[in-house]
Design a protein around this ligand. Structure first.
Ligand SMILES: [Cu+2]
Length: 149
């Protein structure tokens, strides 16, 4: 009887672990315009990678970009916030996870413009693009380079 209980307990723990791991990922706040299609595709990409997304339609996502301290020159179609960091544009989930693990001193990550082939911008073409780690003074370093093809 007791052994059976322990087996069931072990099973319950095994089942609970993946959920606990997912719950550990913080919520990504996203600010976008109502009509932005690629923004929705990017949100789906984040959700498919275990993030919870709280999206808000706004008149001007640029106001939020400014509020979050992200330099205008890195601007894209949507602005987000996660774990105290700003996210600008079509930033891949893998770099967001890395950011939250490494916790560097920075404003956040940006993929300026809307490069073809970035998450949410899938199509016939795949352009090379950089995920930038942006500093409060507006300078940036390449956090990850994606090859085009
Ligand atoms: Cu876009």
């Amino acid at each position: 009887m007791q052994r059976r209980f322990l087996n069931q307990l072990a099973l319950a723990v095994a089942l609970a672990v993946p959920y606990a791991a997912m719950a550990a990922k913080p919520v990504v706040e996203v600010y976008k315009t109502e009509y932005c299609g690629c923004c929705k595709h990017w949100i789906k990409h984040l959700e498919a990678n275990g993030f919870t997304v709280k999206a808000t339609d706004v008149e001007s996502p640029g106001d939020y970009r400014e509020k979050f301290g992200m330099a205008k020159k890195y601007g894209s179609c949507h602005t987000g916030k996660v774990g105290g960091y700003a996210l600008e544009g079509h930033v891949p989930a893998s770099e967001i996870t890395r950011l939250l693990t490494e916790k560097p001193k920075a404003v956040g990550l940006a993929v300026p413009g809307m490069p073809m082939g970035s998450p949410g911008m899938e199509g016939e073409r795949k352009d090379a693009y950089d995920v930038l780690l942006v500093q409060p003074n507006g300078e940036a370093t390449v956090y990850k380079h994606y090859q085009g093809k």
